[in-house]
Design a protein around this ligand. Structure first.
Ligand code: KIV
Length: 277
């Protein structure tokens, strides 16, 4: 097992490809410049996920997220980070139509955000599009298994790969997009043995979420793991902090102090310096 050089300044796509079978890739989602700058020293990849729609905008699914939203958040994360490779999600409807639509919108995301790569969901049906993009200078991260943009077709967010047929299809999806040229792929919400099988079957690094410790890397939604998104906590999310209660406590104290006129005290006010003239 080799270790990837830690002294590099910016983690590039080719650098990430070398992580297969090496030290696991550390990935987190990010949607804003301040959060990106706090996390940047500790992560290899920021995924500016379309989960932003649910986490920051209160949407019920990721389907309503627009290209403009992804570009705004992608550009913010690029501005806030230095070291991590930044991957921006292509939102629903921005790439599925055909290869030209996918190229046009992927190029727009890359030009207007300065990100390293785009990510798109899909298996065998997206292989031709992925090959089209990757041979034209657009690095692509894939996403198989539970694909939130297909929630209506899949019938919900349940774990995938429980039946032999479903597991076979997901493995075929991973193989197809690996062959098509993705530089890494997110494996989301699949049963553990299948995530392991996919990781062993393809030369491309896998990044698991609700998958397996045997994936070549892991990703979590940052607000989930910080305890900031309390709507719903998937069972695979480990809480590394409980910032939700810290925020609530701070707001409660502020509210009490304002009502009691204990804030602002003189140190938080501008004193007037009247001149006599
Ligand atoms: O949208 C998102 O946050 C994602 C992550 C699960 C990787 O796709």
């Amino acid at each position: 097992m080799s270790t990837v050089d830690k002294k590099i300044r910016h983690i590039t796509v080719p650098r990430l490809q070398k992580h297969k079978g090496c030290e696991p890739i550390v990935a987190l989602t990010a949607y804003s410049a301040p959060m990106a700058s706090l996390l940047d020293p500790y992560v290899d990849v920021f995924i500016v996920g379309d989960s932003v729609g649910m986490v920051l905008y209160g949407m019920d699914s990721t389907l309503g997220v627009s290209l403009e939203m992804m570009i705004g958040h992608g550009a913010a994360v690029v501005r806030g980070s230095e070291r991590a490779c930044v991957v921006v999600d292509m939102p629903f409807g921005s790439y599925q139509e055909n290869k030209s639509q996918a190229f046009r919108n992927a190029a727009k995301i890359m030009k207007e955000t300065g990100c390293d790569s785009i990510k798109l969901e899909g298996g065998e049906e997206m292989a031709e599009t992925i090959a089209f993009l990757t041979t034209r200078g657009i690095p692509v991260m894939g996403h198989v298994g539970l694909m939130p943009q297909s929630v209506n077709s899949l019938g919900g967010y349940r774990a995938r790969g429980n039946s032999k047929l479903e597991a076979k299809k997901i493995l075929a999806d991973a193989r197809a997009i690996s062959d098509a040229g993705v530089f890494s792929l997110v494996v989301e919400g699949v049963v553990e043995p299948l995530a392991k099988e996919i990781t062993n079957a393809i030369p491309t690094p896998t990044i698991g979420i609700g998958a397996s410790d045997q994936c070549d890397g892991q990703v979590l939604v940052t607000e989930d793991m910080l305890g900031l998104f309390n709507e719903f906590k998937p069972s695979f999310v480990k809480r590394y902090a409980d910032l939700g209660s810290v925020v609530a406590k701070a707001a409660e104290t502020y509210s009490k102090e304002v009502k009691a006129r204990r804030f602002p005290t003189p140190e938080y006010c501008f004193s007037s310096k009247f001149r006599k003239d």
